[in-house]
Design a protein around this ligand. Sequence first.
Ligand code: 13P
Length: 240
Amino acid sequence: MRRRIIAGNWKMNMTKAQAKEFMGEFLPLCANAKCETVLCVPFTDIHRVYKLALGSNVKVGAQNVAWADKGAFTGEISAEMLKEVGAEYVIIGHSERRAYFGETDETVNMRLKQALKCGLKPIFCVGETLEQREGGLTEQVLKAQIEKGLDGVAEDVIIAYEPVWAIGTGKTATPEMANETIGFIRSVATKLVGEVSILYGGSMNAANAQNLLDMSEIDGGLIGGASLKPSDFSVIVNCD
Ligand code: 13P
């Protein structure tokens, strides 16, 4: 089902004390938000943020999940472990994991299937680089990421379109460009998994969020930098 989802991705930010301070400021500001509000936080913050968010409309997510149930996988965290500390969502295949940590379409697919098997809600990220966009390869790259990532998946997933060139750069895709590309992603993904919610991510902020969210294909946002500031993030979750 298509629905408005606003998810923050804290990436590798926020100590315990900072997370507590953030929640103290943010929760009153988002009390009337009508969207599904999610904070995808570092593993070490999940339980604290979950406890602070109890009784509010804020849900908690992780930023990765292991593809196996348990065992000799040094440095990985299982779905069961994530759920135990309060995670309900998980980001999978973020471009930073693909670029810096060797994540491939195949490992993304394995993690995605594991998340679904264990009852976590995956936020599956796709996006092209600047070189690929300028080379006219955007649709080809996205189609391959979606088809390989969703191979063998028939359930509801949330997709996030994050053009790599817009992440953390201050360069947002124009609403029209994001809308057109998300329309393409929807045409590919719907054939595989049916109706999906598709978020835009990449320098989305308090000033540009409403214009992006007004577009017909954009169901929500995945927000990095602006999700670290309660006042900015609350503007986004309170958008119409
Ligand atoms: P920024 O909002 O900081 O550009 O990050 C986007 C992102 O990568 C969210 O996952």
